[in-house]
Write a protein that binds this ligand. Structure first.
Ligand code: ATP
Length: 219
């Protein structure tokens, strides 16, 4: 088991966003959480990526209880083992595409040249080699999305959390990237959680949930 959410609840003020959520991701598993806009998918993605603390409940990550960990320990776990693909990409505007992508490796202490070599294959597979030296403001939404995917994968994480990762891609590119993620998960004994509003992800999922009215149901 890579991650297990046990009885997770999340409230904002008096508003219940998530109630009694149980979700698990095993090695080589592609898990999809579908739900309408505003239902709480990003909240659930951020909790699963250890970016947001739940109001109550327990999270197990590769056999460790996360709730007891200090912030610094959670950050280290995240840096090493979790690749997060944000809905809005969040590339740093003052770094080139390539420098954005290798940033996690640099933070982990890799030398620049080694990190660039490591990233090169991925950048080519994702079709963004030709824009590697441009800045985020100089590239398209789809290219930013692919750069964010590369940044999440470059450190070979055990768990990928992808919050609506295909929203800016044409159908052909989306299929290519879905296959790339599927193969990554298979080859690296990793797991992925994808949140989405659409039905395309049925092509890769082996476990599906529906998030509706604060609760998560297995489909
Ligand atoms: N920072 C915030 N402060 C207050 N309320 C928030 C905040 N972020 C989200 N919300 C609210 O929490 C609920 C869940 O939001 P969330 O972003 O998790 O939904 P979502 O399913 O990802 O939506 P979408 O598909 O539109 O991105 C919504 O009602 C939203 O308005």
């Amino acid at each position: 088991m890579i991650i297990e959410l046990r009885n997770i609840c999340f409230t904002r003020g008096s508003e219940h966003i998530l109630r009694n959520i149980y979700l698990s991701i095993e090695e080589k598993e592609n898990v999809v959480v579908r739900g309408r806009s505003g239902v709480g998918k990003t909240t659930l993605a951020m909790i699963s990526a250890l970016l947001l603390k739940p109001s109550s409940g327990e999270i197990m990550f590769v056999g460790r209880k996360i709730t007891k960990l200090r912030d610094h320990e959670r950050s280290m776990l995240r840096l090493k083992h979790i690749g997060y693909i944000d809905q809005y990409y969040k590339l740093l505007p003052n770094l080139t595409v390539l420098d954005n992508i290798i940033l996690p490796l640099r933070l982990m202490g890799w030398k620049k040249q080694e990190a660039e070599n490591e990233a090169l294959n991925l950048i080519k597979q994702l079709g963004i080699y030709n824009v590697r030296d441009k800045y985020p403001l100089q590239i398209s939404g789809g290219q930013k999305q692919r750069a964010a995917i590369a940044r999440a994968l470059v450190k070979k994480p055990k768990l990928i959390i992808a919050d609506e990762p295909f929203s800016n891609l044409d159908e052909e590119t989306m299929h290519q990237i879905m296959m790339l993620l599927k193969n990554y998960v298979e080859n690296n004994h990793a797991g992925i959680l994808i949140t989405t509003t659409d039905l395309y992800t049925k092509y890769i999922s082996n476990k599906e949930y529906l998030l509706e009215k604060t609760t998560l149901k297995k489909k």
